[in-house]
Structure formats: structure tokens, C-alpha cells
Design a protein around this ligand. Structure first.
Ligand SMILES: [Zn+2]
Length: 244
């Protein structure tokens, strides 16, 4: 596809970073700009992993019908787009501000206002080499729980798994009345800093506080985001989930 060897928003051409796409807009994205798309909400952009998500034929056709060059001809028609378009090495905050301006505000449409949203450069997040921010999306696969502690009076639990990293959270579905739940779900978290730990908790949706302190049926060991973010973000987070 014309232009699809580059991130539609920052021009990143490293194939290792280009593993995302907006399934409704039909553009290929890098692992940093996709976080900006995720923040827009699914009514504007629906990001999917090119490697891990299932793509239906309809979605594939949509991707082939659109493409970065076609979409950018509309979304970056305003001359100000060339001034504000971030470089591949730009701060992730700048990329996300550009994504908001481009898709939510439509600032760079032909009749747009040409304005770029403000962004903060966070000094603490500039880790890694050559000033590049290694932030991205942690992908965590939750398989199952084995012999969980019963949290209900009926000797069962209604467990789900909660992930936290910085201010971001994600959770699985609740499995009703089970001590050996099968989740088999893939959760995604925006990771803003490699040093931020990911905490994994198995909690009961209806546990009585009197029986279990703060509903925590199990506290799994934390993996650092570094295992899942940045250059190696495609690797599974090595979570040593020692179930109690
Ligand atoms: Zn990008």
C-alpha cells in the first residue's frame, strides 16, 4: 500500500515499530502513535495489532481500500500539517498531541484551523538512547487461575484480573462461581515509562470485605513495564504470577 511502510502520523519507518493499524481509519501506525489513537476513543479510531488481533475480511478490505497516503491526503491537507507533523524521534507526548489535532480536532483538514494542541515534554520519560522515549503498549495475556481462594460464602469466587501501570488500568471479564477460571484474554495498557511496574491482581467481584481484605484473593508478582514496552514491547511480559 502506498505510504504504508511508514507510520501515518510520525513517519517512523522501522518495521519493528510498525505493528499497529487503525482498523476503521485504515492507516498503519507505530507503537507510539497508536497510544494517541487509543486515547481518542473508538468512535474516532479503533487500533488493532497487525500481529496479534484477528482481522476479519471486512477489516482487511477496509485497510486495503484506505491506506496512509489516501487518508493523509485528507487529514494532512492543510499546509500547517507539514509544520507540526512530528519526526519519528519526537517525544511521545508531541506525537499524541498531533494525533489529537489531526483526528479529533481535524485541524489539518482543508478547512481546519491548522492549530496544534499543546503538549508537555516530560523530562522523566526520556530514557533510552538518543533522547528517544521508549513508551508504548504492554500486551499482557491472561490465561487462567488455579485453585483460587474462595471469596464467597458459597465456597466459590467470581474472579477477574486487574492490571495497573501508572494511572492506566485494564481488566478481564468476570468468571462467575469459579475457583479455576479460564480467562484466555489479551489486555493492553498504555505504558508511559519503562520504570513503571505493572501490577497484576486477581480480585473477586462480589467478595465480602469482612472475609478478605480489600477483595484481594491473590496478589501476583509485578513485572516491570520494561519487559513489555519500548523496543521489545512485542515480547510477552514475563509475569511470575505466583498464585496463593
Ligand atoms: Zn508514529
Amino acid at each position: 500500500m502506498d505510504g504504508n511502510a511508514l507510520c501515518a502520523d510520525c513517519g517512523n519507518d522501522n518495521p519493528l515499530d510498525l505493528t499497529w493499524a487503525s482498523s476503521n481509519l485504515g492507516v498503519v501506525l507505530c507503537n507510539q502513535c497508536v497510544g494517541g489513537h487509543r486515547n481518542l476513543g473508538v468512535h474516532i479510531s479503533k487500533p488493532l495489532s497487525l500481529k496479534m488481533d484477528d482481522w476479519s475480511d471486512d477489516l482487511k478490505d477496509g485497510m486495503l481500500a484506505a491506506g496512509n497516503a489516501t487518508l493523509n491526503a485528507v487529514h494532512e491537507e492543510h499546509p500547517a500539517a507539514a509544520d507540526f507533523k512530528p519526526r519519528p524521534a519526537a517525544d511521545v507526548e508531541e506525537k499524541h498531541a498531533y494525533v489529537r489535532s489531526k483526528y479529533a480536532n481535524k485541524s489539518f483538514h482543508a478547512g481546519g484551523d491548522g492549530a496544534m494542541e499543546p503538549w508537555k515534554v516530560r523530562a522523566t520519560s526520556t530514557i533510552g538512547t538518543s533522547g528517544q522515549v521508549h513508551a508504548g503498549i504492554a500486551i499482557v495475556r491472561i490465561f487462567r487461575g488455579i485453585d483460587l481462594v474462595a471469596a464467597d460464602l458459597n465456597g466459590k469466587s467470581d474472579p477477574y484480573v486487574k492490571l495497573k501501570c501508572g494511572g492506566k488500568k485494564a481488566k478481564t471479564k468476570v468468571v462467575n462461581k469459579s475457583l479455576n477460571p479460564e480467562w484466555d484474554e489479551t489486555l493492553q495498557l498504555n505504558v508511559e515509562s519503562q520504570s513503571e511496574p505493572i501490577t497484576v491482581e486477581v480480585v473477586d467481584v462480589r467478595a465480602l470485605d469482612a472475609l478478605l481484605d480489600h477483595q484481594a484473593a491473590c496478589h501476583a508478582a509485578a513485572a516491570t513495564a520494561a519487559a513489555a514496552a519500548g523496543d521489545d514491547y512485542n515480547r510477552w511480559a514475563a509475569i511470575d504470577a505466583a498464585m496463593e
